[in-house]
Design a protein around this ligand. Structure first.
Ligand SMILES: [Zn+2]
Length: 89
């Protein structure tokens, strides 16, 4: 899958409300993207996903792209004074 197609699919997931923030902690941020769990490891600055593609290739799948889009959006909304969905970042 090309990066443009991946980004497009990721944006659709965010728009359709398929991404949700589960928890944030000092070390990890957990998000649910469809039926997968996406985790951001703050110290390593690395993302991981439970889908087959990420597990097998260690490459960034579109669930991770979606999770990043979701967080960017939440942070932006927070900055603009709107309440982000879910828990505080
Ligand atoms: Zn994935």
């Amino acid at each position: 899958m090309g990066s443009v197609a991946r980004r497009h699919k990721a944006a659709a997931l965010v728009r359709d409300g398929r991404v949700s923030l589960q928890s944030t902690g000092p070390e990890r941020v957990h998000l649910d993207v469809k039926e997968y769990q996406v985790v951001y490891h703050r110290r390593k600055r690395r993302w991981s996903c439970t889908c087959r593609y990420n597990t097998l290739t260690q490459s960034e799948c579109y669930h991770i792209v979606a999770a990043r889009l979701f967080l960017d959006k939440a942070i932006k909304e927070k900055r603009e004074g709107k309440e982000p969905q879910g828990k505080d970042l």
